[in-house]
Design a protein around this ligand. Structure first.
Ligand code: ATR
Length: 287
């Protein structure tokens, strides 16, 4: 990397298994762009120092991941409206010495869905979970114009809080909460078009678990799991075995990367370049 190379990077901890460096560096190289994406492992107490380093070293931008997506907001010069509503920043852009924060996760979630030919407009959606991924997904679906959105979460207060905030932001979208109970799943055996899992249930190293009870029927819907490791969670395996359309979280990661790439370079990258690098890094010879 030379001095004139434009610097980008990922702030988080732990991040050694991140697929972002491969996605971005391979695409920079393929397009002949003199950019570099590095890992900036940062513990909570060092967040402000790392952000100062970005400015001092003339970075053009980067990403923020766990556990700093909320905390980073306190140190930014500007925050986009979507990131403010979601309550998290995952993409940074340095312009004229100002550090700006964006949320590309919701666009990633939505673009991955539409890319598969699923238009969420008018859909009835059941969304499982109420953490950071859920907030981005709820924002995306409400923004897209779904007809009905039910958030289901184990910790009721957390689920109700997400629903209250998003219902306030999207007064025309009916968003409601239901507890994570058998009756809730049984009640959704019909009348739903899209089921989204944003909980960590089924994620490596806890494969073999599914948030949907094994003995309860699945609705005739699209099944979308934001988990990408394993590539097929048990939640998706069952839906696929029943012949239902499924998608995992890889597309969300790839498409949020596209948003950052375009902000930093001013060029829209070919999605397939990012996807190929992500696939090889994540699944290697499995693909
Ligand atoms: P992220 O930011 O990736 O969404 P998170 O904020 O830790 O991660 O949220 C994890 C989600 O998975 C939450 O909705 C969590 O439910 P709680 O709010 O009740 O904690 C959900 N989750 C994790 N383990 C779960 C389990 N065993 N059963 C049901 N839900 C679970």
């Amino acid at each position: 990397m030379q001095d004139k190379t434009k610097k980008t990077g990922l702030i988080g901890h732990p991040i050694s298994h991140s697929i972002s460096p491969a996605m971005h560096n391979n695409t920079f190289a393929a397009l002949g762009l003199d950019f570099h994406y590095s890992l900036l492992p940062t513990k909570a107490e060092d967040l402000q120092a790392t952000l100062s380093k970005l400015t001092e070293q003339s970075f053009v931008g980067g990403n923020v991941t766990m556990p700093h997506k909320q905390a980073v907001m306190a140190y930014l010069d500007e925050i986009s409206d979507d990131a403010r509503i979601i309550g998290a920043v995952n993409t940074l852009h340095l312009q004229d010495g100002k550090l700006k924060g964006y949320n590309a996760d919701w666009r990633g979630f939505l673009n991955a869905l539409t890319e598969e030919g699923h238009d969420p407009v008018g859909m009835r959606v059941l969304l499982l979970g109420a953490g950071g991924a859920a907030r981005s997904a709820v924002y995306a679906l409400a923004q897209a114009g779904v007809a009905q959105l039910t958030v289901v979460n184990r910790t009721e207060a957390r689920g109700e809080a997400v629903v209250a905030e998003m219902a306030h932001a999207f007064p025309n979208c009916p968003i409601t909460f239901q507890p994570l109970e058998r009756e809730t799943f049984a009640g959704f055996a019909q009348g739903v078009d899209l089921v989204v899992n944003t909980t960590s249930v089924g994620m490596e190293p806890h494969e073999g678990h599914s948030v949907w009870p094994d003995d309860l029927p699945l609705p005739n819907a699209i099944f979308y799991d934001v988990i990408y490791k394993p590539a097929q969670t048990r939640f998706l395996q069952r839906a696929q075995a029943e012949g239902l359309p499924t998608l995992n979280g890889l597309g969300m990661v790839v498409h949020q990367g596209v948003v950052g790439f375009e902000l930093w370079t001013g060029q829209k990258p070919p999605v397939e370049l990012l996807r190929q690098a992500a696939l090889e890094t994540l699944y290697g010879s499995e693909t």
